[in-house]
Design a protein around this ligand. Structure first.
Ligand code: HEM
Ligand SMILES: [Cu+2]
Length: 536
């Protein structure tokens, strides 16, 4: 990383740990997030692999049931709260948003640094939950009551960690909203905003409005455990279903915190490598807001079998179908942009295509789950596990990897090996289908989720899935080694290796500390490629 400063005055120039830990430069803060997210991703993947290994055969394979429960809980908590939620918005959102706006930094640089510190404190608290108290939590990442209120494992500390992490997310959202409203360069109207910025804007509203509910719910769990409150405990007049409502009122919108930024990345990548203005700019921009809004109304589709009136079930099922429309509109517009485009099959596009395929596989099974009747059959089975992995690993994960391949040359001023990158994308897509497709079949056949053991008839599909997990790891290893090598010693690149038209590509790679030497005046849209040339 140290020799990445090709351009004089690059943001890499300041040296020393303190210049990073106390930085208020949005690019550096974004990188701090990125390194943490990738580090925790590797931890989370390792836990997932161990869980998968245990499931390769019926009976005990490598661990006992209590360890198994702790493992999948940690896997879920780390992946959701430390990896996926901050992944693209906190890392690439920070690095790229001010560049897309032609701004010097975000609106509140110090608050931005504070958000990262809260993230770090939350992460340390989550780790502390492992090594203190009576063992790591074993509730699953949803912390459902009544079990989370009575288990002796270290639930309170883990929930406190989630509380702190939530504040980090809220403050980042607030910062982005103000930044987008106030810091756009002259001429950068709302309709000249990049679709990545639009996606971050919609995401930020969810972060700001939905996350407080998670914080309060977490506090209530702690109160239940420490003070014997009786909000959720039926023996004291509480209501466990209330917990599920509160939890999902945050956690369903949270899945859009996970996916919208990835959709923004894809919307920015596709036109660049199709050399064509994006089809339906306004529909894509508006659909982000529509998803954020409608997505806040569908939480109870997680609770079709928890006990609700038939009317409520029907309303939430219908609303779930409604929220699928804006997602499908985006997929339609991406494909239409590619149609008759002049396609450049560069690695970011390959990852983007992987995203479209895997996300669509996850989205369609989401409709199966949203149909209340079908959900009765597959609720809490492996079908659900298959669905959300297609969406969050196949969607958000591939979106993050696409972003890494798209923006690494800008951030480091160097290029990775493109052939190896393409192969890693292909191996990942193959591996994810091997890992997660059998889960759909398992779920349809009745295999429940979160089970340590299973009947012999499920063995073949579990074996296939575990083998798939090894292919995924091979793809990840190849990809990370290639990116690492590229950023250390890849060939140097100029300002605009892809021939893209958004503002970051007008700066040297890597960009200078204060971004734009003169404030840019914007006269064209972000996907107007007339007169834009790629270096060499
Ligand atoms: C090689 C990669 C991965 C493997 C092998 C893997 C495997 C698993 C397994 C076996 C489970 C337990 C399913 C159950 O019993 O219900 C699980 C649950 C889960 N995984 Fe993954 N996973 C991987 C990647 C990811 C990623 C990238 C994410 C997030 C983006 C993720 C998020 C989750 C969540 C939220 C749960 C739910 C935990 C729960 O139901 O309590 N996983 N995973
Ligand atoms: Cu949901």
């Amino acid at each position: 990383m140290n020799d990445a400063s090709a351009a004089p005055g690059s943001f890499w120039d300041a040296r020393g740990l303190a210049s990073w830990l106390f930085t208020i430069d949005h690019k550096r803060i974004g990188l701090l997030y990125l390194w943490c997210v990738l580090g925790f991703f590797i931890v989370g993947v390792s836990l997932g692999l161990l869980v998968r290994l245990e499931l390769i055969a019926p009976g005990r394979t490598i661990m006992g049931p209590q360890t198994y429960n702790a493992m999948f809980t940690l896997h879920g908590v780390i992946m959701i709260f430390l990896v996926v939620i901050p992944s693209i918005p906190a890392s690439f959102g920070n690095i790229i948003l001010p560049l897309h706006l032609g701004a010097e930094d975000v609106a509140f640089p110090r608050l931005n640094m504070f958000s990262w510190w809260l993230y770090a404190i939350g992460a340390v608290t989550a780790l502390a939950a492992l090594f203190t108290g009576d063992g790591p939590p074993d509730t699953g990442w949803t912390f459902y009551v009544p079990f989370s209120a009575v288990t002796t494992t270290n639930v309170s500390v883990a929930v406190a960690a989630v509380f702190v992490l939530g504040f980090s997310s809220i403050l980042t959202g607030l910062n982005f909203i103000v930044t987008i409203h106030r810091l756009r360069a002259p001429g950068l109207t709302w309709t000249h905003l990049s679709l990545f910025a639009w996606a971050l804007y919609a995401t930020a509203w969810i972060q700001l409005l939905a996350t407080p509910i998670l914080g309060i719910t977490g506090l209530l769990i702690i109160a239940e455990r420490v003070l014997d409150m009786g909000v959720f405990d039926p023996a004291r007049g509480g209501d466990p279903i209330l917990y599920q409502h509160l939890f999902w009122i945050y956690s369903h919108p949270a899945v859009y915190i996970m996916i919208l930024p990835a959709m923004g990345v894809i919307s920015d990548i596709i036109p660049v490598f199709a050399r064509k203005a994006i089809f339906g700019y306004k529909t894509i921009a508006f659909s982000s807001l529509a998803i954020a809004f409608a997505g806040s109304l569908v939480w109870a589709h997680h609770m079709f079998v928890s006990g609700m009136s038939d009317t409520a079930v029907m309303v939430f099922s219908l609303l779930t179908f409604v929220v699928a429309i804006p997602s499908a509109v985006k997929v339609f517009n991406w494909v239409s942009t590619l149609y008759k485009g002049s396609i450049h099959m560069e690695p970011p596009l390959v990852f983007a295509l992987g995203f479209i395929f895997l996300f669509t596989m996850g989205g369609i099974t989401g409709l199966v789950l949203g149909a209340a009747g079908a959900d009765m059959h597959v609720h809490d089975t492996y079908f659900v596990v298959g669905h959300f992995h297609y969406v969050i690993f196949g969607g958000t994960g591939m979106g993050l990897f696409a972003a890494l391949h798209y923006w690494l040359p800008k951030v480091h001023g160097r290029m990775y090996n493109k052939r190896v990158a393409t192969w890693s994308a292909i191996i990942l897509v193959v591996g994810m289908n091997g890992l997660y497709f059998p889960m759909y079949l398992l779920g349809l056949a009745g295999m429940p989720r979160r089970y340590y053991d299973y009947l012999p008839q499920y063995t073949a599909l579990h074996e296939a899935s575990t083998v798939g997990s090894w292919v995924v790891v091979a793809g990840l290893a190849l990809m990370f080694v290639n990116l690492w090598r590229g950023m250390r010693s890849g060939p140097r690149v100029g300002p605009n290796p892809w021939g893209a038209a958004t503002l970051e590509w007008t700066l040297p790679s890597p960009p200078p500390t204060h971004n734009f030497p003169v404030e840019p005046v914007v006269e064209r849209g972000p996907y107007d490629f007339r007169g834009v040339r790629a270096d060499d």
